[in-house]
Design a protein around this ligand. Sequence first.
Ligand SMILES: [Zn+2]
Ligand SMILES: [Zn+2]
Length: 144
Amino acid sequence: MMKRDCPHCFERLEKKSLKKGLWSVDTDVCRSCNGLYLDKGELLKLTSNRPLHNITTKYLGVDSDSKLLCPGCGSIMDMESVGGVEIDVCLQCNGVWLDSDELEQLKELDSDDIEKLSPEKMAELYDANKAVPTSGILSWLFGR
Ligand SMILES: [Zn+2]
Ligand SMILES: [Zn+2]
């Protein structure tokens, strides 16, 4: 197991088990800033929010706005605005970094709110859609 450090304070992350219904999710938390690192799929378990999961597991965007390095794999993360909450997602391993309170804010989000995307986001997805030959990203993102 690779050691994981907080991308903000570089403190060693500590294991913290979060409960959501039947799920028990082992997260990594920073004691110093209360930031939280989630491996791929863990955000879905904690929020049961499928559109949110789809947005955080995209493989798009090489122009990263984020300055953070992924605690999971060391890659540069990408800033993603989801329903007004700015989260950092890793394009490499699909890990998610949440600052203090952001998990609570994400839990409040309705899946419908997430689908009301900004025009910029729609344009980005549209471009990505054209780049995907077989099944389009739009149908993958919004298809139920
Ligand atoms: Zn920290
Ligand atoms: Zn990563």
